[in-house]
Write a protein that binds this ligand. Structure first.
Ligand code: 5GP
Ligand code: MN
Length: 314
């Protein structure tokens, strides 16, 4: 796979790099790092994002980012940290338009949508896979790349705490620190630089906390709560991890109202329950311990369906 990717990179001149909607640190960090890497090889590269860069990642060194899907003018598309093509968001139908499509990812539920698929579900993060690829491409890791890859690995491993925290995750971080990434500065920017509104929203959301059998914890967030606290969907990043901290809880669920009768589900596990399998039952996916999906229907109804699905796989 790496050899095929190298061939494509050497042959082409101009590349598009993209990632998934509701981008997290691995998505943004990997996409930015790869665009910088392509530029360091003398190529042109831009990043397409369907969504805005979440405020907590605004500190990252960024290449050119566009929110309008370019129709033409590039030789291949690299899709990073994205299990299925539709998750690119707006414009996913025409993203490749006959050009080579390279899928670089670590999701368990990746559906191999690329013409080239470099997928490794044993990797902690796409950032880790990318570091491997950049070494193969003989890219010099400068500070721009190091900050982005460090952030990718650090955030996707829950600050090097989750089960996916492997030796390779640490080694990747080590190399990034050697190349100039500053762990304390990055941790401060990602975790201690929130607007006050996030905590007003957290207050609203925690009031909805309910537990079931002592093993499932659920919260929800509505459009009204966002309005009341002057926040948007990116402000909930991390909330589902909070309720996972309750002792005895095996599955934590956050239900976010996208619009009336449509919910985005974020599910987290602690190892016992395969939450990707649960989310797959609703057409979603992800990893064993972190997954998501969408459910149509009223809040109560969506909650009942989730609890039932959790019951069947527990
Ligand atoms: P989050 O809950 O943070 O949005 O997502 C958790 C994990 O599940 C991430 O790795 C994300 O890419 C994946 N994920 C979230 N929603 C979906 C979905 O609707 N479909 C698929 N295939 N994966 C998802
Ligand atoms: Mn990831």
């Amino acid at each position: 796979m790496k050899r095929k990717i190298k061939g494509l990179v050497m042959k082409g001149q101009d590349f598009l790099v993209t990632t998934h909607i509701d981008p997290d640190g691995d998505a943004i960090g990997s996409a930015f790092a790869f665009a910088f890497a392509l530029q360091s090889l003398g190529k042109k590269a831009a990043v397409y994002l369907s969504d805005q860069v979440p405020y907590r990642y605004n500190f990252l060194p960024a290449p050119r980012v566009t929110h309008t899907m370019p129709r033409d003018g590039f030789d291949a598309v690299f899709v990073l940290d994205c299990g299925s093509l539709f998750r690119i968001g707006k414009g996913h139908e025409e993203v490749a338009s006959g050009k080579p499509l390279v899928n670089i990812d670590h999701h368990d539920t990746n559906d191999y949508f690329g013409t080239i698929n470099y997928v490794d579900n044993t990797a902690s993060s796409t950032g880790e896979i990318l570091y491997r690829l950049l070494k193969y491409l003989k890219v010099r890791i400068d500070k721009n790349i190091a900050d982005n890859i460090y952030t990718a690995v650090f955030t996707d491993t829950g600050s090097l705490r989750y089960e996916n925290t492997s030796l390779n995750a640490y080694k990747t971080c080590e190399e990034m620190v050697k190349a100039g990434a500053n762990p304390s500065q990055i941790a401060t920017m990602v975790y201690e630089n929130h607007p006050k509104g996030r905590f007003l929203l957290l207050g609203e959301v925690l009031r909805t906390l309910a537990t079931y059998n002592g093993t499932v914890a659920m919260v929800h967030v509505t459009g009204d709560m966002f309005e009341k606290t002057g926040t948007t969907s990116e402000f909930v990043d991390g909330f589902v991890e909070f309720i996972k901290e309750i002792g005895g809880i095996e599955v934590a669920v956050l239900m976010r109202e996208i619009r009336k009768d449509l919910y985005k589900i974020s599910m987290r596990g602690k190892g016992k329950v395969d939450v990707a399998a649960v989310c797959s039952m609703f057409g979603g996916g992800g990893h064993r311990n972190a997954a998501g999906c969408r459910i149509e229907g009223a809040l109560e109804e969506a909650r009942e369906r989730l609890l039932k699905a959790l019951g069947t796989v527990q």
